[in-house]
Write a protein that binds this ligand. Structure first.
Ligand code: SAH
Length: 461
């Protein structure tokens, strides 16, 4: 095989070459190599022999497009969604569900080895769903204009162009109904959708939330303007047609931003919250609160977190990045005391209300950055037998990890939506006297390339 000459790439744009797909990236692209130089190829699966055209090159990697398949993977399936190849929502519909679960496990194994330098940590088979469709309890649907008509759906891959859809088969059916109804009415009544480029127009997004156990539905109309034109007609049509509707909210977002909701929220009709339960705990969810989007798998995830915490009823537990207190309240049932911390103040208000709603009085919550509040607790003399962390994608703050090492909990349970930062943080904990017993991937987002994990970690003494 020819050796890669320094500075000269083995391929250039528009070259056509045959190669074998060896791997799948975390974005769901196939990876094939030419003299060690990786090409990322959308819609190509491991094991496939393909002819590709090089569409882009940079110093360390390039992109290719499949022109022909010499053989196809046994795991390849026909994606059931008609707009799958256009829409940016899903990345893995062309891979069988079994194949998706295996790919996610392997992805976690790879980062444990590469980033965490933990080649021997057991990464268990991904826990999947029996029915990996129609699982999303929240939909955020952008509205736009195409050829003089109001359209709504999801953004195309790597773009803000809206793909108009009638249904999305990973979201609850009620979301399809609301989306279609509001689109029809907007066309009929002449409600202008938001025009992102010119920062004009009215209707930006419709957000739909569904409480799976209560059957309650919340609809949030997000507009650029302070009022919603034809608001009474909209309320009437939703009330008449949407089963379980219990809340219609108006949110104003007048900024030029990608953030979906603005600060001002008012109730147009019904309640300001809907309810959902995970296991035995009931939660009130408001328009802006963070709540896991796949309630079936959330229960699987939280049960694992609880199992890994190994609680006997005697423990003080810290729940860092606690959101509206979901994991905290789950743990409180089996712990002596739980202290939750979260940066969003409204979420902490919700967490306190949720504790009350469930008659739980051994959970306390404080708003602020985990990396500030937990060191403060440590200084005040609070102790923790178990620390649970569930940080956003960027992982735990270094200062928090150091405080965990100083507080010396017996166990750490790490819930993560980004295996890369999980592996990085596990390395820090390992170097500080902890061992990772196992990592359990849980498929919270079937058909997409996202992976959620929970890791069981203990102190070696
Ligand atoms: N454990 C919760 C929420 C997890 S999402 C659940 O399962 O529902 C991560 C949470 O971390 C979000 O609620 C986010 O607001 C919060 N967060 C982000 N940065 C933070 C920080 N520095 N300190 C504390 N919380 C933070």
């Amino acid at each position: 095989m020819a050796k890669k000459t320094q500075g000269v790439l083995p391929v250039k744009k528009n070259d056509v070459t045959d190669l074998r797909i060896e791997d799948l990236t975390h974005e769901g692209h196939g990876v094939g190599k030419i003299d060690g130089y990786p090409l990322f190829i959308p819609n190509a699966l491991p094991g496939e022999q393909v002819r590709v055209k090089v569409v882009k090159t940079s110093k360390n990697y390039g992109f290719g497009r499949v022109m022909d398949w010499h053989n196809k993977s046994q795991d390849r399936v026909v994606p059931p969604c008609p707009v799958y190849y256009k829409c940016g929502g899903c990345q893995l519909q062309h891979l069988s569900y079994e194949g998706q679960l295996t790919a996610k496990q392997k992805q976690v194994q790879d980062v444990m080895e590469r980033i965490g330098k933990l080649p021997d940590v057991p990464v268990l088979p991904t826990l999947g769903m029996e029915e990996p469709w129609r699982y999303r309890n929240k939909s955020q649907v952008p509205f736009g204009m195409s050829e003089g008509r109001v359209i709504s759906g999801f953004y195309a891959k790597r773009s803000h162009e809206i793909v108009d859809v009638k249904e999305c088969i990973i979201q609850e059916e009620v979301s399809d109904q609301v989306m279609t109804l509001v689109k029809q009415k907007a066309n009929e009544l002449g409600i202008q959708p938001y025009d992102e480029a010119r920062h004009k127009g009215v209707l930006r997004h419709v957000v739909i939330r569904y409480g799976r156990t209560s059957g309650e539905v919340m609809v949030v109309l997000v507009t650029r303007t302070n009022d919603v034109p034809h608001v009474l007609e909209l309320i009437d049509v939703l009330k008449e047609n949407i089963k379980g509707l219990s809340s219609i909210i108006h949110n104003v977002n007048s900024k030029k931003t990608n953030v979906i909701m603005g600060e001002k929220t008012t109730v147009l009709w019904g309640s300001d919250v809907i309810y959902d339960s995970i296991g035995d705990i009931r939660f009130a969810i408001s328009a802006q609160s963070f709540y896991q989007i796949n309630p079936v798998q959330t229960e699987v995830l939280y049960k694992k977190a609880l199992e890994y915490a190994e609680l006997t009823g005697e423990e003080n537990v810290v729940d860092a990045y606690c959101g509206i207190g979901t994991i905290s309240l789950f743990l409180a049932q089996k712990a002596k005391k739980v202290y939750g911390v979260e940066i969003v103040e409204q979420a902490i208000e919700d967490a306190k209300k949720n504790a009350e709603l469930n008659g739980i009085n051994n959970a306390e919550f404080e708003a602020g950055p985990a990396e500030v509040i937990i060191p403060k607790w440590h200084k005040e003399g609070k102790t923790a037998d178990v620390i649970v962390v569930d940080p956003p994608r960027k992982g735990c703050d270094e200062a928090l990890l150091q405080t965990i090492l100083e507080m010396k909990p017996k166990r750490v349970v790490y819930v993560s939506c980004n295996p890369g930062t999980l592996a990085r943080d596990l390395r820090v904990l390992e170097d500080g006297g902890y061992r990772t017993e196992k990592v359990q991937p849980v498929d919270m987002f079937p058909q997409t390339s996202h992976v959620e994990c929970v890791a069981s970690i203990y102190r070696v003494d």
